[in-house]
Design a protein around this ligand. Structure first.
Ligand code: AMP
Length: 115
């Protein structure tokens, strides 16, 4: 837990959010500024600022995030049409919240360009 971190506050129910899934390792909630019909954020419960700070002992969390993404995509009706995961890391990638998070996007045709 980082005192100033907005995602830690969501995880700890200190600020409201539309939480769709939570378990012992991760929490998933709707992005407040959705860029697609489905735009979810999947975050680890522990405060990892970004992929630059990832350690070998975090590997189970990363695997778990991907399994949660698969379930959430399926529950959101995206399994057939497709979906995208995005992780921004650092200033050039426009990371705005320094708590590792995976964007799950779907529900419309995405651009073929990555950036
Ligand atoms: P990034 O730019 O990759 O760091 O993404 C941060 C995301 O967090 C943005 O898409 C924001 O819209 C989203 N966000 C910021 N504050 C909140 C919040 N309180 N609840 C839900 N999503 C948020």
């Amino acid at each position: 837990m980082s005192d100033q971190c907005i995602f830690c506050k969501i995880i700890n129910r200190q600020i409201p959010s539309d939480i769709l899934h939570e378990d012992e390792l991760v929490v998933a909630f709707r992005d407040i500024n959705a860029q697609a019909p489905v735009h979810l954020l999947i975050v680890p419960r522990i405060h990892i600022p970004n992929l630059n700070e990832l350690l070998p002992e975090h590997s189970a969390i990363l695997g778990h995030i991907h399994l949660a993404a698969k379930s959430l995509a399926n529950e959101s009706g995206l399994a057939e049409t497709g979906w995208r995961l995005v992780i921004n890391c650092g200033p050039d990638a426009c990371q705005s919240v320094l708590h590792l998070h995976v964007h799950l996007l779907g529900g419309r045709q995405m651009s073929g360009r990555m950036a």
